[in-house]
Write a protein that binds this ligand. Structure first.
Ligand code: UDP
Length: 320
């Protein structure tokens, strides 16, 4: 199987490359290295089944050649991180919408399967309960740029489903919930690498808001395995799956845990959202998925426990 991974030099993409190569696939990566990093895939570049192309998914001609050469597209290229989206709203929307349209249109010519990486941002600020795939979305006003991300990802999903229904393009959609692991950078706002770097360097650990917001964290290896299994399952076509973990933790508890596991003496400080991001910023209070749909179809159940994943990530940050 020849796989094309858009955004393959990113954190999740680079782990997906490893998984597919391990399974014997040929892998081509296209990445513009805007948030992805060449060093994420450096160790793969000597593999004869691996190819890296530096370029953007907005380049239609380039994408045409790459899609023509592959059997399946894993479409991961997207704007990443709350901080990046707030700092670059226009670029984020262009990449997420035009880029995805390019991928779907090109893949539909020969009906090549597309896995679309969507996001838990889709659900917006829904307050309680586990998030199920068919739940309503609850979004804020358009003057708050965070919500644009949710809308662009929703448009991606609408587009993918429309290509599936009207053009018979086989698509599989996964909504990713706070994935973490080695190579994730804190530069675009992600909380775990930020807290670990702060704790290891003795800097204050910065909790935004009151720290009572909840998230559930999933180890990247569990997620890329599920992605490949879903793309191989005929019943996953035309469907949407949450991929995350059903166990939530507050950000305050997370900060304490990381402080403890790193034996850090960093103080824990609270920063108002408007200082951390921008005036009027709205956070999701609660974000924990119901993962039974993927569980029932492919037996998806994340294996790695939070303490173990944090230990692994701490180790890899120390090595870097
Ligand atoms: N967060 C925090 N300190 C940081 C970075 C993030 O308290 O230095 C919080 C953030 O406000 C959010 C949670 O941690 O409530 C998860 O943030 P992240 O950006 O990793 O993911 P998302 O908000 O997309 O779930």
């Amino acid at each position: 199987m020849k796989a094309l991974i858009t955004g393959g030099a990113g954190f999740i993409g680079s782990h997906l490359c490893e998984e597919l190569l391990r399974r014997g696939d040929e892998v081509t990566v296209i990445d513009d290295l805007s948030t992805g990093r060449r060093k994420n895939i450096k160790h793969l570049e000597s593999n004869k089944n691996f190819k890296f192309v530096e370029g953007t998914i907005l380049n239609y001609e380039l994408m045409k050649g790459l899609v023509d050469e592959c059997d399946i597209v894993y479409h991961l290229a997207a704007a990443v991180g709350v901080k990046f989206i707030i700092d670059h709203p226009l670029k984020s929307m262009q990449i997420n919408v035009r880029g995805t349209e390019n991928v779907l249109e090109l893949a539909s010519k020969d009906k090549k399967k597309v896995l679309l990486a969507s996001s838990s941002e889709i659900y917006g600020k829904k307050e309680n309960g586990l998030f199920k795939e068919e739940d309503d979305r609850v979004l804020g006003t358009t003057t708050i740029s965070r919500w644009s991300y949710s809308c662009t990802k929703a448009l991606d999903e609408f587009l993918a489903l429309a290509y599936y229904r009207e053009k018979r393009l086989p698509v599989v959609i996964v909504r990713l919930f706070n994935i973490c692991g080695p190579r994730q950078t804190g530069r675009y706002g992600m909380v775990i690498p930020r807290f670990i770097e702060q704790a290891l360097s003795g800097e204050p650990i910065t909790i935004y808001g009151d720290g009572k917001q909840t998230r559930s964290f999933t180890y990247v290896a569990d997620v890329v395995k599920a992605m490949t299994e879903l793309t191989n399952h005929p019943k996953a076509v035309g469907e949407i799956f949450n991929l995350g973990s059903g166990e939530g933790i507050t950000i305050c508890e997370l900060a304490k845990k990381i402080r403890e596991l790193t034996n850090s003496r960093s103080e824990i400080v609270y920063i108002p959202y408007e200082k951390a991001y921008q005036e009027g910023f709205e956070d999701m209070r609660h974000r924990v998925p119901d993962i039974s749909k993927a569980g029932n179809l492919i037996g998806y159940w994340p294996q790695m426990k939070l303490d173990d994943m944090l230990k692994k990530i701490i180790q890899s940050v120390k090595q870097e």
